[in-house]
Design a protein around this ligand. Structure first.
Ligand code: GLU
Length: 471
């Protein structure tokens, strides 16, 4: 029965389940859970052939306990108000969990982006932004969009340009959206961030020897077999960075089928192939399986749903073989499917934690935009000079000559170094907090998802109480 619930209700099932372990007053819990505001609008666009079409767009701001609110904008035919509110809620919990000082938001337009030309997409995005400006649903201190399913750097550049054109004298206007191209005030590593965060997160998860033993796996990410659903920005980068950590990516599924090779798939070759052919079908170095649903049921250690919500359900959960489910997508596992997987002894690493890398690096981009300076710009050269002086002092004192390779490690941190280490630190700390909560409760009922929710709820409750917002 629960499977027919709306997506937002499914998110709230997870919230309610975790909230029972906290002692916050019901009224406060209700305030945390509810979506503070949402806005539906329709607007016309002119197609390239002159036809006029009406589109539906939404933006939901789930929680204003921290400002600005933050969350992506998706272009998909499945977009509707309930989905946007559910995703906005997940953003609230995700930001709280990884200590990003934002409330949660999400937006979207109901369309299939493949049916529109680039110029049409630009007109649509600019018009959508104009609607957001009119309704006060965008601004560096109000609500800051980012990429999500079906959008990327181009859309963010158009949003940025539209916003800045409408507010030319606002010094901080460049922080109105994140995920912008690097040469348009974006930040190094944002594009890769969600996938990189997934890899950092899973690496940390696999380092806990006891947890791995409980599910019958060796400690460490090396050698773990991985299957990924979705080969978009998140799926591709998760695959790439896991491969770099010596995991073996055995299966990738897309909407039109699955490629499978138990010995491992070359991710960059597959990416080139899929760009050339607009499909992964018949990729030469793998077995091709027509039915995309079978991608979730492959023999593997780690399954990573990296596409859309509600993919692992009561229906297919009993057939899933993976021991670890790493949720790179938002809301890929239904509440009932979660229970089934848990009963089978799988370790479920929840979306609110595992895909938080995107918003983490968005936060870094927002900070960079507000400070109007690239990270590393001021200190890099100074650090390098200092480290070199130290090496020379050691050489002089000991007579040892450092090799060129040894000298390579002596460099000042640039933006990429700082972003990646900040992201890694965030993912490690957040998982340690989740594990501590699990240990503190010491009962199987508080699994990883419940612990993540408890942590987020506690932090948001604390923030509300500190603000003293209750008159
Ligand atoms: N759309 C991404 C998410 O769901 C990123 C949001 C952001 O960067 O604001 O987490």
């Amino acid at each position: 029965m629960s499977e027919s619930l709306s997506f937002f209700k499914k998110v709230n099932q997870n919230f309610d389940y975790a909230a029972q372990f906290t002692d916050h007053p019901t009224g406060l819990l209700d305030q945390i859970k509810i979506c503070n505001s949402s806005c539906h609008f329709t607007f016309p666009i002119k197609r390239d052939n002159g036809d006029i079409e009406t589109l539906h767009g939404w933006r939901a701001e789930h929680s204003h306990h921290q400002l600005p609110t933050k969350g992506g904008i998706r272009y998909s035919t499945l977009v509707n108000e309930d989905e946007i509110m559910a995703l906005a809620a997940l953003m609230t919990y995700k930001c709280a969990l990884v200590d990003i000082p934002f409330g949660g938001a999400k937006g979207g337009i109901q369309l299939d982006r493949n049916e529109y030309s680039d110029t049409e997409l630009e007109r649509i995005t600019r018009r959508y932004t104009y609607e957001l400006i009119q309704k006060n649903y965008i601004g560096p201190g109000i609500d800051v969009p980012a990429p999500d399913f079906g959008t990327g750097e181009d859309e963010m550049a158009w949003i940025f340009d539209t916003y800045i054109t409408m507010s030319p004298d606002k010094l901080d206007a460049i922080a109105c959206v994140t995920g912008k191209p690097i040469n348009q005030n974006g930040i190094e590593g944002r594009k890769e961030a969600t996938g990189r965060g997934v890899a950092f997160g899973l690496e940390e998860v696999c380092n806990y020897a006891d947890d791995m033993k409980n599910i019958g796996l060796e400690t460490g990410i090396q050698g773990k077999t991985v299957a990924i659903q979705g080969f978009g920005n998140v799926g591709y980068h998760a695959a790439k960075f896991l491969f770099e950590k010596d995991a073996i990516v055995v299966g990738i599924s897309e909407i039109d089928g699955v490629v499978y090779n138990p010995k491992g798939i070359d991710i960059d070759k597959l990416s080139d192939y899929s760009k050339e052919n607009a499909t992964i079908r018949n990729f030469p170095d793998a077995i091709y399986i027509e039915n995309p649903n079978e991608g979730l049921e492959l023999e593997c250690d780690i399954l990573i749903p990296a596409a859309l919500e509600n993919q692992i359900t009561e229906e297919n959960a009993p057939r899933i073989k993976a021991r670890i489910i790493g949720e790179a997508a938002n809301g890929p596992t239904t509440f009932k499917a979660h229970s089934i997987l848990k009963e089978k002894g799988a370790l479920i690493i929840p979306d609110t934690y595992l895909n938080a890398g995107g918003v983490t690096v968005s936060y870094f981009e927002w900070l960079r935009n507000l400070s109007h300076v690239r990270f590393g710009r001021i200190g890099k050269r100074f650090e390098e000079t200092t480290y070199n002086a130290m090496l020379r002092a050691v050489e002089n004192a000991t007579g040892y000559q450092f090799t060129d390779t040894e000298r390579m490690i002596v460099h000042g941190a640039d933006e990429t170094d700082l972003v990646n280490s900040g992201l890694q630190d965030t993912m490690i700390n957040a998982y340690q907090e989740i594990r501590e909560i699990q240990l503190q409760y010491g009962i199987p009922e508080v699994d990883c998802r419940a612990a993540a929710f408890i942590n987020a709820i506690d932090k948001i409750a604390h923030s509300y109480l500190q603000l003293g917002i209750f008159p």
